[in-house]
Design a protein around this ligand. Sequence first.
Ligand SMILES: Cc1cc2nc3c(=O)[nH]c(=O)nc-3n(C[C@H](O)[C@H](O)[C@H](O)COP(=O)(O)OP(=O)(O)OC[C@H]3O[C@@H](n4cnc5c(N)ncnc54)[C@H](O)[C@@H]3O)c2cc1C
Length: 643
Amino acid sequence: MFRRIRRRDFLNGAALAAGTLLSPAGLIRAFADSPEPEEMPDYYPPVLTGMRGDHDDIYKTPHAVRDHTFWKTAGTPVDTGESYDLVIVGGGISGLAAAHFYRQATGENTRILILENHDDFGGHAKRNEFHQAGPMRLGYGGTFSIESPSPYSKVARQVIEELGINVPSFQRAIDRKLYPSLGLSPGVFFDKETFGRDVLVAEPRPDSYNDSSSKQTLKERWEAFQAAAPMADQAKKDLRRLYEEPKDYMPGLSSEEKKARLARMSYARYLTDVAACHQDVVKYLNARPFAWFGLGIDAVSAQDAWGLDLPGFEGLQLDPAPGPGQNRDAIRSEEAEKYFYHFPDGNSSIARLLVKKLIPDAVPATNAVDIVLARTRFAPLDRKDNNTRIRLNSTVVRVAHNGDAARATGVSIAYMRRGQLQSVRAKNCVLACWHVMIPYICEELPEAQKKALSFAVKVHLVYTNVLLRNWTSFQRLGVSAVYSPGSFHNEMSLDMPVSVGEYQCSRNPSDSIVVHMQRVPTRPGLPSREQHRAGRGDLYNTTFEMFERNVRDQMVRTLGAGGFDPARDIAAITVNRWPHGYAYEYNSLWDDFWLNGGEQPCVAARRPFGRIAIANSDAGAYAYTDGAIDQAHRAVTDILRGV
Ligand SMILES: Cc1cc2nc3c(=O)[nH]c(=O)nc-3n(C[C@H](O)[C@H](O)[C@H](O)COP(=O)(O)OP(=O)(O)OC[C@H]3O[C@@H](n4cnc5c(N)ncnc54)[C@H](O)[C@@H]3O)c2cc1C
């Protein structure tokens, strides 16, 4: 554990990866000396390791704007003399889709500029590329897949079709039998800090895609779990009862009355006060909703826990229709469940396919299959001759009409790029960036709208990708994914075994693989949005070195009995930190308007203002790719209606 990781791969937390020798900070420093950094042959952010996602270099300017210190020293923007039909702030899927829709409506000669503060486009849809151990391995830095609890709208589906993505072909791309054929199934790791002892045990109720492997009966799995799990005996009995013995814990109430109560109590309270479970059951189930809510079960309603299929509700005989106040993630439709596609780099391939449509030279792919191996060329993104340009490393700090918004003929947009304040002009502007940022950069908006925009506190979370030289330890221990309710990362899983075109997943345990880990630091007891604010602070204060140490510690404690050696087996780590992650989805415990009726803040937030329209997944309070696309479409429609 305390041996050094080979410095060939790590340098102060940033790996020296194929194609570049620069960390994110090094990249920015290098910018100052080069004419245009994206023109450099080595400019290729997907291979950067260390701290990525919202990495350290991107939030200094936005935070200075937020803290009202930026303009004290910023000076006057240098006018680039550039003028566009449309400027889009934010190069995530919503911003890219807005450019696509606007071009479709107004023709290919329309002049569009997308300004994006990251060194790569795609927003949360980020590609992680690893070259440190054998063949290139891909990981998703954020957006995992085409999936949504609600069916894709006609508009979003059409975009997927126009990009050439054959969603049903996913059934051929995934090898569902791979992990089961090797005897692997999901496990649980109990850590000694939370449960008193470090123990790895097979999940008694494996319900993930690779669950059919177990040769044990369910009864045998429960017995093994109960024998090994370091929980109070009563808690183990209670947990099994929740899963195995359906009971009506709310007798005498109608389904409607039960849902009304469940919507107003946390799942944690339901477990202890209604289902009379031991407190250890709360500890055990606490991290189950992290992946959807970025919150533990103290801040998720029991009705939503029911919607997410968490245990303890079967005996209540609830009407399957969603109840008032149910969170959108907790209402899953069968049709939507079938509409699923995962590229090995997640929805970064969707972002790259969109960019290919906008700037064909930038993405050397011919279809939605060879896109997976295509290496984006960053140099063509912002060429003068393009009708659509994408300008990376550019943080927008001010968006203002030239005069009164109702009569203005254009909008001026100021942004920081490479330490210089610059400005461009546009006839119209789409703000496809995070809503919490908009009140600070667009000061002329009405106060009520600013308040509504500020409501959209993003959900914080981290996806850490760890490249392993082999996965024999997983094989020896018989686990493919491990739920760790008390650990630093609450989940770790072998990459989904998906092969697309020439890209082949890792099939042999002695080959390299990407292990995906998730971290969500929570503050039980605080309201949901307060937990996200506190969690964001936690993420900013956790350095890459702390992540690295915790990854090694957690992996060796979980997998050590299978022969795992962190110094030998870890080849690279990329921490995709998202302090501003998912769009906030409304929650019946904390958002009265959602439960009892009233205007949703996102409706007031997205109202067009003069020549400015507002997109981003925040505009729908819906943290999915289809939401980002739908809101882009609506924002472009607002512009075309003549705002
Ligand atoms: C970890 C994670 C996993 C996810 N998994 C899935 C999934 O599996 N399936 C799914 O459908 N959805 C998923 N989502 C949600 C999905 O990624 C989003 O709904 C969607 O990608 C959001 O796109 P967007 O363009 O609205 O926002 P973003 O992706 O956030 O893009 C906005 C962009 O604007 C930039 N920006 C902000 N302020 C400024 C400024 N002042 N100047 C310039 N640029 C600025 C930001 O840096 C960002 O790049 C996931 C999200 C996260 C965080």
